[in-house]
Design a protein around this ligand. Structure first.
Ligand SMILES: [Zn+2]
Ligand SMILES: [Zn+2]
Length: 204
């Protein structure tokens, strides 16, 4: 492992440099004369600096791991939601729509779709149960992209989420008015491509 050995080498430089610098600094105890102590101390500092530089470069070149299948989803953050009554985009903290003057119900994002929160939750739960039973661990967020789509759903569109790990703002289609749907990902499909939901496939 090239990366590991570089880090180890850098660490050795840091330690050796530190020891030499220390030896120069505590020259009295080692009965060195001043010129030698200064030289040893300087050399130690140079090696220390070199080691730190190597360490920094080594860490910067750390190999990036492929994201495992169960890594937490990382779509873009979102800062707005839609007024469910008039469709105006509001900041997440706004409690009253300045356009239609209605109070924001909790847990809403998009401004179209099923207004019943229980129905939305139930339909997501059913989709999840069916997918889990068929060996799926995750789903691709599929959003309807139009002017009624909220920022969160638009950002989540196309990203992979875990059935058992609720993303910020809730699962696809599990909130009132959210028209998104979860498209199950099956392990042998190797990712979000393909119509995973349509054809039953043998498990690996
Ligand atoms: Zn409104
Ligand atoms: Zn949605």
């Amino acid at each position: 492992m090239r990366y590991r050995s570089r880090i180890v080498a850098a660490g050795l430089f840091v330690v050796a440099g530190g020891l030499l610098a220390g030896a120069g600094f505590f020259a009295d105890a080692l009965t060195l004369d001043l010129a030698h102590a200064a030289a040893v101390g300087f050399l130690g500092l140079v090696i220390l600096a070199l080691g730190l530089l190597m360490l920094r470069r080594g860490l910067a070149e750390r190999p990036r791991k492929e994201r495992p299948a169960d890594a937490p989803p990382q779509p873009l953050p979102y800062y707005t939601r839609n007024c469910p009554f008039c469709g105006r985009r509001l900041g997440l903290k706004e409690e009253k729509c300045p356009q239609c003057r209605r109070k924001m119900p909790a847990g809403l994002t998009c401004s179209a779709g099923e207004p019943d929160a229980d129905a939305a939750r139930a339909s997501f739960a059913a989709a999840r149960e069916a997918a889990l039973a068929r060996g799926s661990a995750s789903y691709v967020w599929r959003a309807v992209q139009d002017e009624a789509t909220c920022e969160r759903c638009a950002n989540n569109d196309g990203h992979v989420f875990q059935w058992e790990r609720e993303p910020i703002g809730g699962h696809a289609g599990a909130r009132a008015r959210c028209r998104c749907r979860p498209e199950p990902v099956f392990p042998d499909k190797g990712g979000p491509r393909g119509s995973a939901a349509s054809s039953p496939t043998p498990r690996a």
